[in-house]
Write a protein that binds this ligand. Structure first.
Ligand SMILES: Cc1cc2nc3c(=O)[nH]c(=O)nc-3n(C[C@H](O)[C@H](O)[C@H](O)COP(=O)(O)OP(=O)(O)OC[C@H]3O[C@@H](n4cnc5c(N)ncnc54)[C@H](O)[C@@H]3O)c2cc1C
Length: 440
C-alpha cells in the first residue's frame, strides 16, 4: 500500500511531534519551516558567539508526552533536564517565602513542604491547605469559569500568599495576570503541580539549548525515516486541489494527501483565510509578551540555588519574576543569569537598555550581591506574541477541521493546558493520530 504523504507546516514543538509520530507510522512527511532552526517559540538563538534560548523555559514532570517524544527520538530526558522538587524559593532576606516539596509520596510532599515553609504565617499556610483540599474535592475542575483573582477571593486566600505564590505562579504558567486569567486552566496546572504525585510535580530545567532538547533530534529522526525537511521555507499558500493539498513556498509547490498546519494561530490565519474565513477568524486570540533578560557575570559567580523567585514591584522598577543560574545547568554558561518577565507589557515600556539596568539593580538588591548591578554584558530577548492570553472561557479550536485532510496543531488548540510545550506536543500527536486514522 502506498504511504500517506503529509506536509507539516512549522517545525515548532507541535510540528516536530506531529512529524515524528507520522514518520514512525510509515507516512511520507515533508516538514516546512520558515526559520533556519527548528523549535519555534522554544528554540536556540545565537548571540555574538554565545548560545542562548529565545526565552528561559521550565518543564514539569507531568509533561508526559513531551518526555515520551524526547525519548522516542533517541535522547535521554534524565541527562538533558535537571529535575528539581516543586518549589517557590525567594532569596534569603528578601521578605519572600521558601517552600520546597520534600521527596515524599503525594500528597505528603506538599503537606510537609507547606508545614516546613518559612516566610509564611500560620494563616497563610491554613489558606493554602484550605485551597488545596477544596480544589482536590472539586477534582481540580470548575464548571463555570471565572478569573483566577475571583477564585482566590472565593477561597479567602491571604494577601501575602497571593502576592508570594498564587500571583507569580499564575503569571508564570498562564502568562496572564490573575485578574484576567482563566481559573479553570489555572486549576488544571495546579492539579499537575501542587496536586500531583511527587515526580509529576517536579520542575525540569533544560541543561541544553531548547532546539537540542527535542526539535533538532526530531528533524534527524524524520530524515532517517525517509522524511524531508525544508528550512527557510515560508509557506505562502495552501490550496485544495481535488482530494489533495498543494503547498506553495516562494520557490516550490508540491501536492500532499494531507496537511498539518502547526504554526502559531496568527501565522495560521493567512493560510486559512482563503480556505475557511470562519476558521481563520476563530484563531483571533489576544497575545501576551514574555521577556528574558540574560546577564553575564564573571564565570566564578554562582547563586545559592539554581532558581529563585523574585518580588516584582513596578513602583520600585523591579520587573524580574524569576532568576535562573544557567551556569548550574551547563558549565559552558558559567556566570550567566536569565531573568524572566512574563506578561511583560509594562516592563517593555522602559525600553531594553533601561530594563536591563533595572533588572541588574533588582538582582543586586534581592540577592544582596552588589556586584550583580554591573554585568559584563546583557541581552534582552522579547517574544511579543509569546503565548495567547489565557482568559476565562476561551474557545480553542480542535485539531480536526471541517476540511478533509487539513489538521491544526499548536499550543492554542483545544486542551486543558495553557500555551505550553506539553500542550503543543499533545496537539501534534493528536493531529498525527487524525491523519493516520483518515489515511489516503
Ligand atoms: C519566552 C517564552 C517562554 C516560555 N516559557 C514556557 C515554559 O516555561 N514552559 C512551557 O511549557 N512553555 C513555555 N512557553 C510556551 C511554549 O514555548 C510554546 O507554547 C510552544 O513552544 C509553542 O509551540 P508550537 O509548536 O505550538 O508553536 P511555535 O513554536 O510558534 O511553532 C510554529 C513554527 O511554525 C513556523 N512557521 C510559522 N508560519 C510558517 C509558514 N507560513 N511556513 C513555514 N513555517 C512557518 C515558525 O517559524 C515556528 O517555527 C514559552 C514561550 C515563550 C515565547
Amino acid at each position: 500500500m502506498k504511504a500517506t504523504s503529509v506536509a507539516v507546516i512549522g517545525a515548532g514543538w507541535a510540528g516536530c511531534a506531529a512529524a515524528v509520530e507520522l514518520a514512525r507510522s510509515g507516512a511520507r512527511v515533508s516538514l516546512y519551516e520558515a526559520a533556519r532552526v527548528a523549535g519555534g517559540r522554544a528554540r536556540r538563538i545565537a548571540y555574538r558567539g554565545h548560545t542562548l534560548d529565545n526565552g528561559q523555559h521550565i518543564l514539569l514532570g507531568a509533561y508526559r508526552d513531551t518526555l515520551r517524544m524526547i525519548s522516542a527520538v533517541g535522547l535521554e530526558p534524565a541527562q538533558l533536564l535537571l529535575r528539581l522538587p516543586l518549589q517557590m524559593r525567594y532569596p534569603k532576606g528578601s521578605d519572600g517565602m521558601d517552600l520546597v516539596a520534600p521527596h515524599l509520596p503525594a500528597p505528603f510532599h506538599m503537606a510537609v513542604g507547606v508545614l516546613r515553609a518559612s516566610g509564611l504565617a500560620f494563616q497563610d499556610k491554613l489558606a493554602l491547605a484550605r485551597f488545596s483540599s477544596a480544589a482536590r474535592r472539586m477534582g481540580w475542575q470548575l464548571h463555570i469559569d471565572c478569573s483566577v483573582a475571583e477564585l482566590l477571593e472565593r477561597f479567602d486566600q491571604t494577601e501575602r500568599l497571593t502576592r508570594l505564590m498564587w500571583r507569580p505562579l499564575c503569571i508564570a504558567a498562564l502568562n496572564t495576570v490573575p485578574e484576567r486569567a482563566s481559573a479553570r486552566v489555572f486549576l488544571a496546572v495546579l492539579r499537575d503541580s501542587l496536586g500531583a504525585t511527587r515526580a509529576a510535580s517536579d520542575m525540569l530545567l533544560p541543561r541544553v539549548d531548547l532546539s537540542a532538547l527535542f526539535p533538532d533530534a526530531a528533524v534527524v529522526y524524520l530524515e532517517k525515516h525517509g522524511g524531508r525537511v525544508h528550512y527557510g521555507a515560508h509557506v505562502r499558500a495552501v490550496e485544495a486541489t481535488g482530494d489533495h493539498w498543494m503547498v506553495c513556498t516562494e520557490t516550490h509547490a508540491e501536492s500532499f494527501s494531507q496537511l498539518v498546519i502547526a504554526t502559531s494561530p496568527a501565522q495560521a490565519q493567512p493560510l486559512l483565510e482563503p480556505l475557511d474565513g470562519g476558521l481563520a477568524g476563530s484563531l483571533d486570540f489576544g497575545h501576551q509578551p514574555i521577556t528574558t533578560c540574560y546577564l553575564q557575570y564573571p564565570a566564578a559567580m554562582t547563586l545559592p540555588s539554581v532558581m529563585f523567585a523574585l518580588l516584582d514591584d513596578p513602583q520600585r522598577r523591579h520587573w524580574g519574576q524569576f532568576v535562573f543560574d544557567r551556569g548550574q545547568l551547563d558549565p559552558l554558561q558559567a556566570g550567566l543569569l536569565a531573568v524572566v518577565v512574563s506578561a511583560s507589557g509594562a516592563a517593555l515600556e522602559q525600553g531594553a537598555g533601561s530594563l536591563e539596568s533595572d533588572i541588574a539593580a533588582q538582582l543586586a538588591d534581592a540577592l544582596r550581591l552588589p556586584e550583580l548591578a554591573a554585568p559584563l554584558w546583557s541581552k534582552t530577548i522579547t517574544e511579543k506574541r509569546a503565548t495567547f492570553e489565557c482568559v476565562p472561557d476561551l474557545q480553542r479550536p480542535p485539531v480536526a477541521t471541517s476540511l478533509p485532510g487539513l489538521w491544526l496543531a499548536g499550543d492554542y488548540t483545544e486542551g486543558e493546558y495553557p500555551a505550553t510545550i506539553e500542550g503543543a506536543v499533545r496537539s501534534g500527536i493528536a493531529a498525527a493520530a487524525g491523519v493516520l486514522k483518515q489515511g489516503g
